[in-house]
Ligand binder design. Sequence first.
Ligand SMILES: C[S@@+](CC[C@H](N)C(=O)[O-])C[C@H]1O[C@@H](n2cnc3c(N)ncnc32)[C@H](O)[C@@H]1O
Length: 308
Amino acid sequence: MLEISDLITAVDPRSGHRLPVSRAEVIRLLDEAGDARAARIVAGLPTDRDGLLDPDAVDRLLISVHAELQRLSEELRIGERLVHLLGPLLQAIRATNGPGRYRLVDVGCGLGYAVRWLAATNALGPDVELVGVDLDAALVAEAGRLARAEGLDCHFVHGNAFALPEAATVYISTGVLHHFRGPALTEFFRSQAASPAQAFCHFDIAATRLAPVGAWIFHLARMRHPLGRHDGVASARRAHSDETLLRAADVPGITPLLYEPRGAANPFCTTLRPIIGVRPHLEDPFRRSLGRAARRLVGPDYLIEPTR
Ligand SMILES: C[S@@+](CC[C@H](N)C(=O)[O-])C[C@H]1O[C@@H](n2cnc3c(N)ncnc32)[C@H](O)[C@@H]1O
């Protein structure tokens, strides 16, 4: 299943410049995927005389859909969930590396809700610089505008997850992993492992059987534009399984850990859960900082079938 928002903007991966998008081409792709509803939604978007999607209208639409997505993040208490794990993770990094200046980078930050929430609450401490990165120039510009209006100490940059412009101590993301399929998912983790980063913590929709139904109810109740409703359900259907995440994050130099795997979690409560990667020497201090909650972490051995 395709997401409309992935198709209606295009960026040159090298230069970061925006490319024109033909509405007929997007409709053709959606028809080919058998998604007539999505094709009808795109058919209603404005174009110029050459049939190219109006970039300003697309930007306005994506900003309004992401503003509605922010309400979902508030309801799902994304900020608190991040701090529950990032607090102990940074505690382990400080205990190992000593005092310093650390940087957290949110990849695919959209309107920057997570970074702005962390800045507004100062939940991670003054030694952690907060940065958001996104491929969509209009979304990061709006994230920066909101942060300035809110007087927050954080910043946002335009960039690609596969050629990150800002080095980090810890990379995070929310609701982004399902956009990366096949080798791109491993490449996402591999490029962070190849950087000087100490850890990553990427939250995405848990691939439970209830996820598409839950997403449908949530998005119907909370989102006005059909594009937001469509993509909300599509993203739940595209959520990666525990196995896919643990295998893809098992890259050189990183110990992959999944928090709240499907078998150990209540599917009614687990909407998003993270795949975490730590440098091997950080695993024990991180587990100690987490305390009892460390019982909910599983590593690659979780994938090994028990033998009799
Ligand atoms: C579903 S949105 C999530 C936005 C935000 N993290 C949130 O939770 O509201 C996915 C975001 O990933 C961004 N994105 C997709 N591919 C990307 C890439 N290669 N590099 C950086 N950002 C990317 C999109 O522009 C979009 O803002």
